[in-house]
Design a binder for this molecule. Structure first.
Ligand SMILES: CC(=O)[C@@H](O)[C@H](O)COP(=O)(O)O
Ligand SMILES: NCC(=O)COP(=O)(O)O
Length: 241
């Protein structure tokens, strides 16, 4: 039997648009409420220290209206991020090794080099009842070392898949199916995200039917400009069936 893959809608880009003009339009709390109303299985935010999109206070406000799953992504080397996660207690925290000022996420954790540190951080979040997911490239050794941190899940960084899908989808997905298979053998859940879209999502899910969750933001917001937010969310949900 195929498992259900959850769609968590990343609303960072609503905040980017709001911040470009000041004021509160679009309202990111409303975006989170509507995403859930329109069928999203969860809401993802990725606050960064410069608060250039989602602000720390947005996270507190969004937490109040979450009825599905709240996933907070970010770099746990920032104490402010750790404090925010422990204060707001989302269902899931995704640990992403972004450098300061990085335009968007561009690599996963080196779980071998940073294993002891990730063990320590994973234990802190799990003690607070928060599921932990570690953002990794689709490399078997990184998955194996992630499993030794005590994390519940990994999130596969899918930018390379999205780029290579356009040339050769089977070759593009091969490292991801291998990494996801290894994760499954090691008892880890598997999430995925970054540059997933209406073209490449269905094939990814077909190749990794046990995928637990995808978090998608940029493409959903771009598609919503033409197709509407509700319709877009429903279209993405159908790719995961
Ligand atoms: C971890 C990951 O791949 C996404 O969270 C990505 O970083 C989205 O963030 P931006 O919307 O800031 O690009
Ligand atoms: N974890 C990935 C995410 O939240 C959204 O990434 P993207 O769809 O904005 O590239």
């Amino acid at each position: 039997m195929e498992s259900t893959t959850k769609l968590s809608v990343n609303i960072n880009k609503f905040a980017t648009l709001r911040n470009s003009r000041g004021g509160n339009n679009p309202d990111v709390v409303k975006a989170a409420i509507d995403a859930q109303r329109f069928g999203a299985d969860g809401v993802t935010v990725h606050p960064r220290p410069d608060e250039r999109h989602i602000r720390y206070n947005d996270v507190r406000e969004i937490k109040k209206i979450i009825t599905t799953e709240f996933n907070i992504e970010g770099n746990c080397s920032e104490q402010k991020f750790v404090d925010l996660v422990l204060e707001t207690k989302p269902q899931q925290v995704t640990l992403v090794p972004d450098a300061l000022g990085q335009i968007t996420s561009n690599h996963g954790w080196d779980t071998i080099t940073h294993k002891a540190y990730l063990q320590q951080m994973t234990a802190i979040f799990k003690a607070a009842g928060i599921r932990v997911s570690i953002f990794v490239d689709p490399v078997i050794e990184m998955v194996e070392a992630a499993a030794e941190t005590g994390t519940d899940r990994i999130e596969l960084y899918t930018e390379a898949y999205a780029i290579n899908f356009l040339n050769d989808k089977n070759r593009a997905v091969a490292p991801y199916t291998a990494a996801a298979q290894k994760a499954k053998e090691l008892g880890l859940g598997v999430n995925a995200g970054h540059d997933l879209d209406l073209h490449n999502l269905k094939f990814f899910k077909q190749q990794i039917p046990w995928l637990d969750e995808v978090s998608i933001g940029h493409a959903i917001v771009c598609d919503a400009l033409y197709l509407g937010f509700q319709n877009t969310i429903q279209m993405y949900k159908r790719q995961l069936q």
